[in-house]
Design a protein around this ligand. Structure first.
Ligand SMILES: Cc1cc2nc3c(=O)[nH]c(=O)nc-3n(C[C@H](O)[C@H](O)[C@H](O)COP(=O)(O)O)c2cc1C
Length: 268
């Protein structure tokens, strides 16, 4: 059985989740790959197209051991036709805790049948050259494993007709989920001399926390989710996290999360 079409549905401010999903889709060898990108700020309101049918791959990053709230809310807005779903979280080499279970439950509540799940590792949103945390991941080895995972899902679907599999997919995690981290109100700041007011940070911010006012970048700490898309995507390297507590947290992560973690997969 050739899979005709797979839809990739993701929230991925720094694109490690998106890249992982694309590699899984490659391994699946579907005829067509469509993207439903829930990252842009506009996707938290307005009409979303109906998705689902044959197979979807749904992915989010892990934020403090959970599915990011912005992602959970956007996924809950989707109109779905149901069908089989592959559920994927991508985390920054610390831990994914309850995120995979939470995402699996969100996906099931949306009407899909989770048939496979995985936790992959991506460069930590807070990482940089001076504070490396899983830098460059997903790397070639991760992407190879992602493709193999896609192939394994295809083989399962070919041999078992997993849509009607009576067993339910088991993944690690606890319910009730761990409490969400309190909003930190911390936001990256713009180094004045370096900023050219190009507006890329405004464009890439998934929660519309950044505005350009008289050629000055203004960030709203109450809205910022610290995804660091603006830091990683600024062509001038002008966005930085300066907050002392946040820097301390990043330094600790950089020291404590050095040991390489490998992708984990769960199949029915
Ligand atoms: C606010 C925040 C909290 C995070 N919490 C965790 C965590 O609990 N465990 C972990 O390993 N990585 C954590 N990360 C790192 C991201 O899960 C990781 O960098 C992921 O690859 C980002 O996905 P994206 O590139 O699709 O945005 C966190 C990142 C942010 C911004």
């Amino acid at each position: 059985m050739k899979i005709d079409k797979v839809e990739l549905i993701y929230f991925s401010p720094t694109r490690t989740t998106k890249n992982t999903l694309m590699a899984i889709a490659e391994g699946l060898g579907a005829g067509r790959v469509e993207h439903v990108d829930l990252t842009p700020a506009g996707t938290d309101a307005g009409e979303l197209k109906e998705i689902g049918g044959e197979l979807v791959i749904i992915g989010t990053p892990v934020y403090s051991g959970r599915v990011p709230l912005s992602a959970a809310k956007r996924l809950q807005r989707l109109k779905t036709r149901g069908g089989a779903a592959v559920v994927v979280v991508v985390y920054g080499n610390r831990a994914y805790e309850d995120a995979l279970l939470e995402l699996k439950n969100i996906v099931a509540e949306a009407g899909f049948t989770p048939v496979a799940a995985a936790a992959f590792v991506g460069e930590h949103s807070f990482a940089g050259e001076t504070l490396p945390i899983a830098n460059g991941r997903p790397d070639a080895e991760d992407l190879r494993k992602a493709k193999m995972f896609g192939k394994a899902v295809r083989e399962k679907m070919e041999h078992k007709g997993t849509h009607t599999e009576p067993r339910s997919l088991e993944v690690p995690g606890n319910f009730p989920y761990k409490e969400r981290a309190k909003p930190s109100r911390v936001t990256p700041v713009t180094r004045k001399g370096a900023c050219t007011a190009c507006g890329k940070c405004v464009e890439f911010c998934p929660v519309a926390a950044i505005t350009l006012q008289n050629d000055s970048v203004v960030s709203d700490g109450n809205m910022c989710i610290l995804c660091c898309a603006c830091v990683k995507d600024c062509p001038e390297g002008a966005r930085v996290v300066e907050d002392a507590t946040a820097r301390e947290r990043m330094e600790k992560l950089s020291v404590n999360c050095r040991a390489r973690k490998e992708p984990e997969i769960y199949l029915l």
